[in-house]
Design a protein around this ligand. Structure first.
Ligand SMILES: [Zn+2]
Length: 84
């Protein structure tokens, strides 16, 4: 299993209950998608994780911010499709 897919599975288990103000989207890093989150939201003047590794690191450091589960689901789905 590729590391990115493991990251994705880890992130999908993060408990976001009661942490609405700390839920942050994960930004695309591809040039064509700058300013868009993986869940499709436009990121305007909004803090976001710069990529999936950033989200994993933040969760592992037990910081308060948690990743948007719609973003995590979108990334997981692509990774699971590409590896099956
Ligand atoms: Zn999102």
């Amino acid at each position: 299993m590729a590391p990115a897919y493991n990251s994705c599975r880890k992130l999908s288990k993060v408990n976001t209950m009661g942490r609405a103000e700390h839920i942050k989207c994960i930004a695309h890093t591809h040039a064509d998608k700058i300013g868009v989150a993986w869940c499709g939201r436009r990121l305007v003047h909004e803090w976001a994780f710069v990529d999936i590794d950033h989200a994993v690191y933040t969760v592992e450091q037990k910081q308060r911010l948690v990743p948007c589960q719609a973003c995590v689901a979108a990334i997981c789905q692509i990774l699971s499709n590409s590896e099956s």
